[in-house]
Design a protein around this ligand. Sequence first.
Ligand SMILES: C[S@@+](CC[C@H](N)C(=O)[O-])C[C@H]1O[C@@H](n2cnc3c(N)ncnc32)[C@H](O)[C@@H]1O
Length: 394
Amino acid sequence: MDNVPNIDDVVQPTHDEHSRQRFVSVLRKHVLTEFAADVRTVYDKRAAPRFTRKHGRAPKTGLEIRKEMKDEPAFQEWIALMQQAQYMTWWSVQPAIERRIPELVQVARAAAAANPTGGSLRLDPSVEIPKTVTELDVHLMPGCFHTEHVTDDVAQGALYHFGTQVFSGGLSHRLRGGWGATTAQFLKIRYPHFRPAKYLDLGCTVGREMFSIMDAFPAAETFAVDVAAPALRYAHARAQALGKTVHFSQQNAERLDFPDNSFDLVTTSFFYHEISVQSGRKIAKEAFRVLKPGGLMINQEMMPVAAAKDPYYDFTADTWNEFYNNEPFVGAFRRQNLRKVFTDAGFKAANYLEIKLPNYGTWPDAVFAACVRGEAVPPEVENGQAWFSFGAWK
Ligand SMILES: C[S@@+](CC[C@H](N)C(=O)[O-])C[C@H]1O[C@@H](n2cnc3c(N)ncnc32)[C@H](O)[C@@H]1O
């Protein structure tokens, strides 16, 4: 296989830029833990008793808690810091990317021309990018996924790739394992005879979780779809350097051009909360159409459905993302009946699947396997970070 330069190596932060990135990772972790704990104290000591005095009962939903908390200075300070840390995440990687845009484009072009993996990149400028991508900078990422600054641009792919590493810095569940590896292990343990021959990832961006799934099923012929050309170019160049054969195409996942009954496995990750409920329903239908009988659609989300934990959890998860992080669909996504989304799409109710899994790699393999089999989950796992997955077998 011809060697092509790894596009990830083109972006080299300076010493000061690297320090700034580390600082932002630590700041984010601090705000997510220490500051969030202060907000919880204010809720327990002041806002919750005040609500109970007014209504004669405790708050039942995250929305009720939001109304009670929105004027609390501790909450306002926490949101301001969360938002600032989120902006700083992207700003901390932008300069190193921007000064190398010509080289990034050149490496992506060379990788596409050499194409040593035999994969492909099919771009279609006539694809209308959904308003949910064009009308706001999702999770405050400047330029979102799709903006093109120069011809054949890849910068937004690079921004997502490097920015999310700063975002996750210090959060071990994102670095070890991740959803892709966790799901692949889940499938291998729970469904040992499942061997997908044809695999499709929707909303792939730069392919992070998809590449981990491919590691577990190396024989699967793999296809990946996104609406954002810069992300697809970057992903295709990465695939060349990583030796992964993937057929990338620019398509709206609501209207795929693949024939019926094509795939054994369809995945999405960090995707459903960023699209409207209506779009999510269309995509579940489209997945049903392109899946072969006996195939599986499995999706990942960061947060379980509403009320799966408690109203306070819903308050923090939804309020931050919906109102301050340009992810306006999070609450609606979490409050919908996901089983119904899949049965309306054509899947049988008995084939619907919903599971919370600890991160593969964080816990000993025996603990992970016990969780996959549905045996007793140790409280430290139950209370720790877990991946929420949902989907259905056709
Ligand atoms: C948060 S990213 C997904 C991250 C990715 N799965 C990973 O492994 O890192 C969401 C992606 O979905 C894409 N997207 C949004 N709506 C879409 C649609 N209707 N069809 C296809 N892609 C879409 C966006 O362009 C973006 O790249």
